[in-house]
Design a protein around this ligand. Sequence first.
Ligand code: THU
Length: 132
Amino acid sequence: MDLATVMKAAREAAQNAYAPYSGFRVGAAILTEGGTLRAGCNVENASYGLGICAERSAAVAMALADPEDRKIRLVAVASPNAAPCFPCGACRQVLREFGCKGVVLEDPAEASGLRHYPFEALLPHSFGPEHL
Ligand code: THU
């Protein structure tokens, strides 16, 4: 599956964002090692601190959908409000849990409109399940 297809799923998920407080809409699409797409969007809350980011909601959707296919090959993140929209630190750690290998973001500076980052570039020297 190509990067553009994964990004399309992230853009579609952003349309379902529940962001009445920030107005900042985000979608994420995870491509699993098994070749399946799992999407998520940010879901905010009147108790502001309870909001969840798009990347983590996609990771939860993936974990729920198929316990046999919980490795992340790639995650795409899209927002109509910012390009690129980098995953926050908390989301990087949650993606790390599931072995995320790469992140693709919208980037108007690139000819393709997309930029791929090896996961290690976004969260170097990370802590993960194999350290326990
Ligand atoms: N947000 C995400 O969903 N993902 C990101 O990568 C950055 C931030 C959300 C959290 C909150 O609902 C809104 O964007 C503003 O921070």
